[in-house]
Design a protein around this ligand. Structure first.
Ligand SMILES: *Cc1c(COP(=O)(O)O)cnc(C)c1O
Length: 706
């Protein structure tokens, strides 16, 4: 019995469970109530269940299930017949070191804010599945990103619950003597210390640096407090810890990465520590730079110039003066490496420029974003035409088995071995689809939508409860009417993302009368679910949220438009599996890739999006719907009017009629055909297995400058 309990504990301490349906069910089954309450965190769950209780539970079939899952888990860890073993043996030996300011792996590990983190988490999981030796580096944020709740006015409020190490599947990294392994970095005139935590994600390992230790002054302990929290000063300190501290940690661990991958410019200071190591060996600065370049690759994610991290010369000087004299680099030489207008060392220091200067390859995250990035950075490459600017692209994907809910997973397993297998190629997906009837697909949609609605009812009840809503009778009525008014028979649109201006969450409310007619159509109604967080410092975006909440309380929309608070990985999973249509309204070309729409596909969801990010590559006229044809206007108002008009027209003329047009069996054949086309064309391409294989062959193995 005890060994079954040990197995269960071991399973809880490797996030492999988070993308294995049966492993997840093991924990949920133990106590559905605690599972919900503890944010689906098995470590915390197990801490709340006594050993006697576990002993009792493990006696029956439950014990057998533990054995089965545990056997699969160990087989996974020991599998030698992986993609990498067969195609990239070099990547099995020395690890790829992947640096990212955030990782979104599971909702119970709150070290992420949004899309960048989710991408990093999905990259890590696919690298593990493919058998690539892979190490992630990030920070341990004790408060994580904020938890969102709405006040009675619909205004976003934030709180920052602490996450404690004992409730997480992390362990302290120790040295050969069993002592805490401590590294230090130089910040301004101080030495700042950090310990490290280890988190297992399948075969991959994520290291989290943590300055929250007694050796540090309080203001340095707070470097590891919040994801993207604080001011510019906090930002530069976090980036020093991530980049320079990360390299020092790998050194202490005795790891020599085959490549350093910078996921966005936040970690670009890692190149300075690599330079320092080369200079210490006696290389000249030129030689050192060449060596560092040959070891680093860089992925940029930001298509707008203002979105890139920049630091003033003064701040750079204050922060780096001591470090530079220790490693023997001249301050002006450093400023040159981050200077955007060549030779001007008195302007701002741009992290992306540092990364571009010191990596052998760089890429954007969709075809369109690659093009935009080449134009944006052309001035750094005098004499090169736009096409010659050395920035390529690899389009983002999602980790298929993490994003398929339990029901969808078992649905596809009836017809294929796994969702990964059916996502290998278009042919593989089509072969599976050929075995599935229209009515089976339609039943899948219906059940998934019912599950979402059940979730919404429970979630809104809780939202109401903690808002102490009784004193606000109006809101209570509105939300209560939303509960149980959503119907699985009604076309359901989902919109959830970070509330950035360019994503234009309120666009669908531009013409309230027209939206009223659409939503309240007598025979072809519509319902919409919203979610999303605004950055805590951004009042303008919080006002977007407030507007949407207020719209949802208008009599004509009440019970048909809802806003779910605290968008996170868990809420995202529920939404992408249940909705019929995923709406995306960015201002082109500001969405570098976007990935949330890719998550809906295996659930039979369809994308309805502006031709931006990944969508222009994927959209073929059959596999979803587009808003406009990529027209761009200088004037924001004009752009919004134009796109809103197109959006309403597609809804009225194409999308809604296709959903409600039924055959004798009450099945929308045209709609189902679109779902089939989406699965066949999108699932095989827009997943992180394909994406990581592309990184491996184009950038990790290919040592040439490109
Ligand atoms: C997938 C995901 C994102 C990224 O969505 P976009 O399409 O890039 O807007 C952000 N946050 C969460 C919680 C997600 O799951």
């Amino acid at each position: 019995m005890q060994n079954k309990i040990t197995s269960l504990n071991k399973l809880s301490r490797n996030l492999w469970w988070s993308w294995d349906t049966e492993a997840k069910q093991l924990f949920e089954e133990l106590s559905p109530l605690l599972w919900e309450r503890n944010n689906h965190n098995p470590v915390e769950l197990l801490r709340h269940i006594s050993n006697d209780e576990l002993q009792a539970r493990c006696q029956f079939e439950y014990g057998d299930k533990i054995d089965q899952v545990y056997a699969r888990y160990t087989a996974y860890l020991n599998d030698k017949n992986t993609w990498a073993a067969n195609n990239a043996p070099e990547l099995v030996k020395d690890p790829v070191a992947y640096f990212s300011a955030e990782f979104g792996i599971h909702e119970s590990v709150r070290i992420y804010s949004g899309g960048l983190g989710v991408l990093a988490g999905d990259h890590l999981k696919s690298a593990s599945d493919l058998g690539i030796s892979f190490i992630g580096i990030t920070l341990f944020y004790k408060e994580g990103y904020f938890r969102q709740y709405l006040n009675h006015d619909g205004w976003q409020m934030e709180d920052y619950p602490l996450q404690s190490a004992e409730n997480l599947p992390i362990e302290k990294v120790t040295d050969a003597n069993g002592e805490d392994l401590i590294i230090s970095v130089n910040i301004a005139q101080s030495e700042v210390f950090a310990q490290a935590w280890r988190l297992k994600v399948g075969r991959a390992t994520l290291y989290l640096l943590d300055t929250n230790i007694a050796a540090n002054e309080p203001h340095y302990r707070d470097i590891c407090c919040r994801v993207y929290g604080g001011d510019q000063n906090m930002r530069i300190n976090q980036e020093i810890l991530l980049g320079i501290g990360g390299v020092k940690l790998l050194d202490k661990l005795g790891v020599t990465p085959t490549v350093y991958h910078m996921n966005e410019g936040h970690s670009a200071f890692l190149t300075l520590e690599l330079l320092a190591k080369e200079l210490a060996k006696g290389s000249t600065q030129q030689e050192a730079m060449a060596t560092v370049r040959s070891r680093c690759v860089f992925t940029t994610h930001t298509p707008v110039p203002a979105g890139h991290d920049r630091f003033s010369r003064d701040m750079m000087h204050y922060t780096f003066d001591k470090y530079l004299s220790a490693i023997g680099i001249n301050f002006d030489d450093l400023m040159m490496l981050g200077s955007e207008d060549k030779g001007n060392i008195y302007g701002l220091f741009t992290m992306t420029v540092l990364a571009l200067n010191l990596s052998r390859s760089a890429n954007g995250v969709s075809k369109l974003h690659g093009e935009v990035s080449r134009v944006m950075w052309q001035h750094l490459y005098p004499g090169k035409s736009v096409d010659e600017v050395p920035i390529g692209h690899i389009t983002n994907g999602v980790h298929a088995s993490s994003w398929t809910c339990g029901y969808t997973d078992s649905f596809w397993k009836k017809f294929a071995v796994s969702v990964d297998e059916m996502s290998l190629s278009r042919e593989a997906a089509e072969a599976v689809l050929a075995k599935v009837s229209d009515s089976e697909l339609w039943a899948l949609r219906y059940i998934l939508k019912r599950n979402l609605i059940d979730f919404i009812d429970r979630y809104l009840a809780n939202q109401l409860f903690h808002q102490h809503i009784n004193s606000y009778q109006n809101e209570y009525d509105t939300l209560r009417s939303a509960q149980n008014t959503f119907s699985p028979d009604v076309l359901t649109i989902g919109f959830a993302r970070r509330f950035a201006t360019y994503k234009r969450a309120p666009l669908i409310f531009r013409d309230l009368d027209r939206l009223d007619k659409i939503i309240n159509h007598a025979t072809m109604p519509l319902q919409i679910v919203f979610a999303g967080k605004a950055h805590p410092h951004d009042d303008a975006r919080k006002d977007y949220i407030r507007q949407i909440v207020q719209h949802s309380r208008r009599p004509q929309f009440s019970g048909k438009v809802i806003f779910l608070e605290n968008y996170n990985l868990g809420v995202a999973k529920r939404m992408v599996s249940g909705v019929d249509v995923w709406l995306n309204t960015p201002v082109r070309p500001m969405e570098a890739s976007g990935t949330s729409g890719e998550k809906t596909v295996l659930h039979g969801g369809l994308n309805f999006s502006v031709l931006d990010g990944w969508w222009p590559e994927a959209y073929n006229g059959e596999n979803g719907f587009s808003i406009a044809n990529g027209e761009c206007f200088e004037n924001n108002e004009e752009q919004d009017s134009f796109d809103a008009e197109k959006m309403y027209t597609v809804l009225e003329k194409q999308l809604i009629p296709a959903f409600y047009e039924r055959n004798e069996q009450n099945i929308p054949e045209k709609w189902i055909n679109k779902i089939r086309s989406a699965i066949a064309t999108i699932a095989p391409e827009y997943n992180t297995h394909r994406m990581v294989r592309d990184y491996a062959t184009k950038y990790y193995l290919n040592k040439k400058e490109n």
